[in-house]
Write a protein that binds this ligand. Structure first.
Ligand code: SAM
Length: 384
């Protein structure tokens, strides 16, 4: 047996016999002479966590992911240790690395499918595809559950080849498992790409007629297990859709144009409240750039989706669109946070329905120890 292997085994023996501190040091020592030290660093990280040596855990997991022998799961533990020390930027990077590596290997990411990452944590750190879609759908299902609704409708406006709709379909499965609320999914598109327009607010300097035409409808429909396509100008098809089915919980906008977006929003405002949740989660894909890439696309508040939101709000009082302020509670910022809005339907019969327990319980004078353990403060509450 090689000397370094023997050291690793000796450390394992110490761990198995409950000598955690000695084992932690022994793993670190073994790692320094192993050709593939990642597993030794990983075990040292686990023991450091157990010993509540949080900084030691971060350091050991950092070495575990960056030395030969690393496996995707080590990224999860590294991310979790960073989450614990409230280092959101590095935690986000590490969760994303974990998700990408698991996905590349075809392995499951979320732990109800054998992965490690709780979905809510994955969304929080943008470690899922289209996190703004996932956030909106989860928020809608959470609200529906509190209001006693067991089904909601979710629609994407602007499907093109279907990448976004397929991501929403994946999220729908998880959201349903997490909340028990059934998600019905729809996708609206012309099928022929961006329509004609000579309105400068439609970003004619960037989008042209026919852009993003649906290449292979049959291939997309073959992959849609729960989604249904509605083809045609969404401004003409949306009214009939609104009128049939469970409450609309989340709407995912990606039609690029001012005119298409405002046209659909106007139909939503005109429809009866009973077809919606009182606050509908919205995601706007083109509110601003997601990466610092193509600067002369020139996003602005006077064109595209942002102008549609502004003009919509000026046209109505009882229905208003507002950024989802939940994100301001987070210490870090990601561009997708700015895409998430809520449609407030103030006249909705359930708008005032209380979504939390009694206020007097929240305000009860508690001991310091109780306050420290307040489950309402636990960001993992409700995670898988
Ligand atoms: C950027 S693409 C959508 C990309 C897609 N969401 C994805 O994630 O891959 C924009 C789409 O909006 C659609 N669109 C624009 N205006 C529309 C309208 N009035 N009615 C229906 N679809 C529209 C276009 O056909 C185009 O496919």
């Amino acid at each position: 047996m090689a000397r370094d292997d023997a050291e690793f085994r000796a450390a394992r023996q110490m761990e198995l016999s409950g000598e955690f501190r000695r084992a932690y040091l022994a793993y670190l020592s073994a790692a320094s002479s192993l050709a593939k030290p990642a597993a030794a660093y990983f075990r040292a990280g686990l023991l450091a966590s157990r010993l509540e040596n949080t900084i030691g855990a971060v350091r050991a997991f950092e070495l575990a992911v960056s030395t030969p022998g690393a496996v995707p799961n080590y990224w999860y533990y590294y991310a979790r240790s960073l989450h614990r020390i409230e280092d959101p930027y590095r935690a986000r990077y590490a969760y994303q690395q974990y998700a990408q590596r698991r996905t590349k290997k075809g392995g499951p990411v979320f732990h109800h499918r054998g992965g490690l990452l709780p979905f809510r944590r994955g969304v929080r750190y943008g470690a899922v595809r289209r996190p703004e879609y996932a956030h909106s759908m989860l928020h809608a299902a959470d609200l529906a559950r509190v209001l006693g609704e067991d089904r909601i409708r979710v629609a994407e406006f602007g499907v093109a080849s279907g990448q976004g709709l397929l991501a929403a379909q994946d999220h729908a499965h998880v959201v349903e498992e997490l909340t028990g609320v059934v998600v019905e999914l729809w996708g609206f598109d012309t099928g022929e790409g961006i329509p004609e327009s000579d309105d400068h607010r439609d970003l004619r300097h960037y989008f042209g007629p026919g852009d993003y035409a649906m290449q292979d409808r049959a291939a997309l429909e073959a992959r849609l297990e729960r989604g249904q396509l509605v083809l045609g100008d969404a401004q003409e098809t949306v009214s009939a859709w609104i009128a049939e089915g469970p409450p609309i919980g989340a709407l995912l906008f990606d039609m690029d144009l001012y005119s298409s977006t405002l046209g659909v929003l106007n139909h939503l405002a005109a429809a009866e409240d009973r077809h919606f949740l009182p606050r509908v989660s919205l995601a706007f894909d083109d509110i601003g750039p997601k990466t610092p890439g193509f600067q002369i696309k020139d996003y602005s508040d006077v064109t595209g989706e942002a102008a549609a939101i502004r003009d919509f709000n000026q046209g109505y009082r009882e229905v208003q669109l507002a950024p989802d302020k939940w994100f301001t509670a987070l210490p870090d910022h990601a561009p997708w946070h700015d895409m998430c809005y809520l449609m407030h339907r103030f006249e909705h019969p359930s708008y005032r329905t209380r979504v939390r327990g009694s206020a007097s319980d929240h305000m009860r004078l508690r001991s310091d120890a109780e306050a420290d353990e307040d489950p309402a403060e636990d960001p993992e509450r409700g995670s898988l």
